[in-house]
Design a binder for this molecule. Structure first.
Ligand code: NAP
Length: 248
C-alpha cells in the first residue's frame, strides 16, 4: 500500500489525537512525515513510534518562525514538501454573554490564524513540488452553530472560508486546498465530555483513524481534481436528527 509514496507531509498538532493518526496513516502509505506540536515529549514519542522517516519538531502554530523551521526540516531532511495538514486546534466553552475576549483571542489565534500561518509558510515549498495538497481540519462546528462554543465555531467557519479562498489563489500552482469537517471523534480533546450520539444515524462517535482515511484520500493523487471542497465525516450528525427507537 503506497498511496502517498515519495511524498513529504507536515502535520500540525500531531503529538496525539487526530493529528497522530493522520501522520501514522500517511507514513503507512509511504510518505515521509514531519510531526509538529507544542507537546514536545508526547510528539517525540509519537514520531519514534511511527518509525524511520518520521521527525518531530516543536511547532506552535501561532508562531510564523516555528512554521518556517518546520518547513525547513521537511526540505532539509526529506527533500521538500507535498502535503500540509493544518490540524492543531483547541476548544473553549462559555455561553456568548460570558465568553471572554481572552477566550476568543486564544481560539482564533490557534485554529484560524495558525492555519493561515501554515499555509503562508508552506506555499514556496508546495509550489516547488508542483503537486501540493493542503488539508485544513475544520469541524462540523464550521458547518452549523453549536451552543457555548462561539469562538471555536467562528474559527472553524473561518477555516472553511480560508480554504476556499486559498484554493482559488493556489490552483494555478498545482496546489489543492480542501477542508475536512469531523463530527465527534474520540480523542483527548473530547475525553471529558458526555457524548450521547443517539440522535445521529450511525449512533456512535468516530475514531481518529477514520478521519485519517479521508485525509489520506485528499493527500493522495486519487483526489487530483478535488479542490476548494469541504468533506464532512460525522456519522450523519449534520444530515438531520434520528428519533431513537425503543426496543419492542
Ligand atoms: P487533541 O487531541 O487535543 O490534539 C490536538 C493537538 O494540537 C494537541 O496535542 C494540542 O496540544 C495541539 N495544539 C494545541 N495548540 C497548539 C498550538 N498552538 N500549536 C501546535 N499544536 C497545538 O485534539 P483532536 O481532537 O485530535 O483535534 C484535532 C483537530 O480536529 C482540531 O483542529 C480540532 O478542532 C478538530 N476536531 C476535533 C473533533 C473531535 O471531536 N475530537 C471534532 C471536530 C474537529 P495541547 O494539548 O497542549 O492543546
Amino acid at each position: 500500500m503506497e498511496r502517498v509514496i515519495d511524498k513529504v507531509a507536515l502535520v500540525s498538532g500531531a503529538a496525539r489525537g487526530i493529528g497522530a493518526a493522520i501522520a501514522a496513516r500517511l507514513h503507512g502509505e509511504g510518505a515521509k512525515v514531519v510531526l509538529g506540536d507544542v507537546l514536545d515529549d508526547e510528539g517525540r514519542t509519537t514520531a519514534e513510534r511511527i518509525g524511520s522517516d518520521a521527525r518531530y519538531v516543536h511547532l506552535d502554530v501561532t508562531s510564523p518562525g516555528d512554521w518556517d523551521l518546520a518547513v525547513k526540516t521537511a526540505a532539509d531532511d526529506f527533500g521538500g514538501l507535498n502535503i500540509l495538514i493544518n490540524n492543531a486546534g483547541i476548544v473553549n466553552f462559555a455561553p456568548i454573554e460570558d465568553y471572554t475576549l481572552e477566550q476568543w483571542d486564544a481560539v482564533i489565534a490557534v485554529n484560524l490564524t495558525g492555519t493561515f500561518n501554515g499555509i503562508r509558510a508552506a506555499i514556496p515549498a508546495l509550489k516547488q513540488s508542483r503537486n501540493g495538497s493542503i488539508i485544513n481540519i475544520s469541524s462540523i462546528a464550521g458547518i452549523r452553530g453549536y451552543e457555548g462554543i462561539a469562538g471555536y465555531s467562528a474559527s472553524k467557519f473561518g477555516v472553511r472560508g480560508l480554504t476556499k479562498s486559498a484554493a482559488l489563489d493556489l490552483g494555478r500552482y498545482g496546489i489543492r486546498v480542501n477542508s475536512v469537517h469531523p463530527g465527534v471523534i474520540s480523542t483527548p480533546m473530547t475525553a471529558g465530555m458526555t457524548l450521547d450520539m443517539t440522535h445521529t444515524p450511525l449512533n456512535r462517535v468516530g475514531h481518529p483513524g477514520e478521519v485519517a482515511d479521508l485525509v489520506l484520500y485528499l493527500a493522495s493523487n486519487e483526489s487530483q481534481f478535488v479542490t476548494g471542497a469541504e468533506f464532512i465525516i460525522d456519522g450523519g450528525d449534520t444530515a438531520g436528527t434520528v428519533t431513537p427507537t425503543t426496543p419492542a
